[in-house]
Design a protein around this ligand. Structure first.
Ligand SMILES: Cc1cc2nc3c(=O)[nH]c(=O)nc-3n(C[C@H](O)[C@H](O)[C@H](O)COP(=O)(O)O)c2cc1C
Length: 387
């Protein structure tokens, strides 16, 4: 079987991940909501964006570094917060954090991570943030603020597009739960992936250490269906006023993730946020949202320099990332690409995917006659069918 060093792009990394994970785990990673319309559109949309070259310029030195939320990073790429990373590799978030620190890219640890805030901070010194969902337990959000501050996290994210869990029918069909239900189907799927099975049996049991204080003893042992557990915990009454309080309590770089309208981007600035992520959650939430890159220019124009605008959902190539930077994104976040790589090769896999994207961006910039990230602007773009 090919190792991650013989993988040259993210699609190949996805195939390698699929060959290593039981089907019900790969479906959780790869799937989207409802008919997966957004998931497909997230890739199809890039056909609209062409890039232009500017020739006979000195491109002997290319610099891809940038500053995000006050942190200097080697690339305008963020490893987005994703829960439950130990599904994909026994070292989970710890392996991702180590790779992110090594490659000097920003990484977000999710409140639904399977490694604790403190453990991740102790293994990797890199640029990082902590992402919160809005849980009903009022003490939990304050606890997150205290713990992440004490552990030295540089920024906090609030994900706002998950007021209810997305309708992911693959997970419903697979009866995805923690621990996995023992059915003839799961036993068959796990049996075909003996390495994954051995890791599952021989390493620490899965859990969600960051929300442990909110769980009763029964839930700690059996989370039932993940969707049900989350649905029961999310606070649907949280509003902009509550967000403003959380931002004030954090009192540092704060990003609101899951914005799709210019009006909400302006509200985020008014509430005191430092940044936003234009996102459709990788097609895992509302299955009729437009692609993030199409929404980006309107939002960038509405907020100007008041916010750092990030974008995610569907980015797989340097040639996807550069159009977003040209349209005013400060950085592009990725989710599945680094999770495929985690499944494919642990920490080495995650490093590999960052290095591949860096190499692609450097090549693309050279061909476009660009030597630094701040030179990427709307003039580099050719938008097909633009009215
Ligand atoms: C398996 C998985 C788990 C995720 N968990 C979270 C999460 O806990 N919090 C969050 O804000 N976003 C979560 N996301 C969304 C990602 O942060 C990101 O918005 C999305 O993956 C970007 O799209 P992409 O996967 O096409 O790159 C998750 C995504 C995946 C694939």
């Amino acid at each position: 079987m090919v190792g991650v060093n013989r993988v040259f792009n993210i699609d190949q990394m996805r195939q390698l991940a699929q060959s290593k994970l039981p089907k019900f785990i790969f479906d959780y990673l790869n799937g989207g909501a409802d008919d997966e319309w957004v998931l497909q559109n997230n890739r199809a949309v890039f056909a609209k964006y062409g890039l232009l070259t500017e020739v006979l310029k000195d491109v002997s030195e290319i610099n891809t570094s940038t500053t995000l939320l006050g942190m200097k990073t080697d690339l305008p790429i963020i490893l987005s917060s994703t829960g439950a990373s130990r599904f994909f590799h026994p070292e989970g978030e710890v392996a991702v954090a180590r790779a992110a620190a090594e490659e000097n890219v920003l990484y977000g640890i999710a409140s639904s991570a399977m490694s604790s805030i403190e453990e991740v901070a102790s293994v990797a010194p890199g640029p990082r943030f902590f992402q919160v969902y809005v849980f009903k337990d009022p003490g939990l959000n304050s606890e997150f603020v205290q713990r992440t501050k004490a552990a030295g996290y540089q920024a906090m994210y609030l994900t706002v597009d998950t007021v209810v869990a997305g309708n992911r029918e693959r997970d419903l069909r697979n009866q995805l739960s923690i621990p996995p239900k023992i059915t003839p189907r799961t036993v068959w799927q796990v049996g075909k992936r003996p390495k994954w099975a051995m890791d599952y049996i021989t390493t620490q049991a899965w859990g969600f250490p960051n929300v442990e204080s909110a769980l009763d003893e029964t839930t700690k042992k059996d989370f039932g269906s993940i969707a049900e557990w989350f649905a029961s915990q999310l606070d649907r009454s949280f509003t902009w006023d509550d967000a403003a309080h959380l931002i004030a309590e954090w009192n540092g770089p704060f990003v609101i993730k899951g914005i799709t309208r210019p009006e909400d981007a302006i509200r985020a600035a008014e509430a005191g946020a430092t940044g936003i992520v234009v996102s459709n959650h990788g097609g895992r939430q509302l299955d009729r949202l437009p692609s993030s890159i199409e929404l980006l220019p309107g939002i960038v124009d509405a907020v100007g320099d008041r916010l750092e605008v990030f974008v995610d959902s569907g980015f797989r190539r340097g040639t996807d990332i550069i159009p977003a930077l040209a349209l005013g994104a400060k950085a592009v976040a990725i989710g599945r690409p680094y999770l495929y790589s985690l499944a494919a090769g642990g920490q080495v896999g995650v490093s590999r995917v960052v290095q591949l994207l860096k190499a692609e961006i450097e090549h693309d910039m050279a061909m476009m006659g660009i030597t630094s990230i701040d030179q990427i602007n709307r003039g580099c773009l050719f938008e097909r069918n633009r009215k």
